[in-house]
Design a protein around this ligand. Sequence first.
Ligand code: F6P
Length: 377
Amino acid sequence: MTIWSKINKEILFAKKIHNFFENSSTTANGKKSLLALCISSKLPANSRNSMSTQIQKIAILTSGGDAPGMNACIRALVRTGIYYGFEMWGVTRGYDGLIRGDFKKMDLRSVSNIINRGGTILKSARSEEFRTEAGMEKAYQQLKERGINALVVVGGDGSFKGAYHFSNKYDVAVMGLPGTIDNDLYGTDYTIGYDTATNTVVEAIDKIRDTADAHNRLFFIEVMGRDAGYIALNAGIAAGCEDILIPETKTNIDDLVVSLKKGRANRKTSGMVIVAEGDEEGGAYEVAQKVKEQFDGYEMKVTILGHIQRGGSPSCFDRVLASRLGVAAIEGLKDGQTKMMAGIINNKIVYTPLTQAAKLHSDMDDDLYRISKILSI
Ligand code: F6P
């Protein structure tokens, strides 16, 4: 192929991507599929590992908010790494442990009997020190001392930003895996922990429904999601909530009051409003207070579900997802990929550059929101 035909082909490819993303009618899933296509056909130049030495030892850490399924993921990483002949190391307490040299060698049995356990056997933390040059340098020296030149980070967007900068600065290959209950990462349909957390919320709201119905009360239930309303939206539909308040859509208290009044007029005797903690009108307490000032049709109560959402035995879905992604991370590193996040889009493994996974966030599904409005009348 001549240089000009090669350039023309690349321009055509870039135009296709541009047009696709410009088309506003394209769904979030469609965009994800295209991204998958882009990524599988054209990996960015710096996503290939150009390290001077071959990977022999791989370290794993879990970072940020823990999520059910992280242990299943650690298990998959350790076993796959050993299967392919790598030496596997666990780092305790995320990037803080990396800085302090808190490493333990992992063998096949160090991950026995953990697939069913919530939390993370490696512990987790949010590290301020790793954001500094000095912190990163210390972390690098710890890896270098042990001859480790690849790192798998299971976490959310903040953890990926750290991993990306680290890998840009030092001769260490990094692979990210989406581990957060928030499901807000670009480059994967689901994050590890989201399914379990959503089911925990549904189970809790089902219980609240019983007592709400018994006393003819209206409940405001606050769920996690500082920046994202996935848990609230899906659990809200599954638990049959009257209204769903999330950060991605504008919340109008007057509209909420109108819809609650309509429900009352339609002979509803109790109700539940699910509020993502990041909603711009405030958490469940603030929203309940604002509604109370305009409407006295129900006795109102507030429940904050809190960290109960992060614990518990992972669901079958999360265990399988974590297992698949753990295998994909090691295979990606083995094939020379770096600065990527392994995710699943349309049930296929896809590698997305860490910069995109951390920055873009996944779109909210407008159709789900529409459905919730129809079904709650
Ligand atoms: O990042 C996941 C998340 O669950 C958010 O939805 C929530 O705001 C946050 O963690 C809470 O984290 P912490 O354990 O630090 O209170």
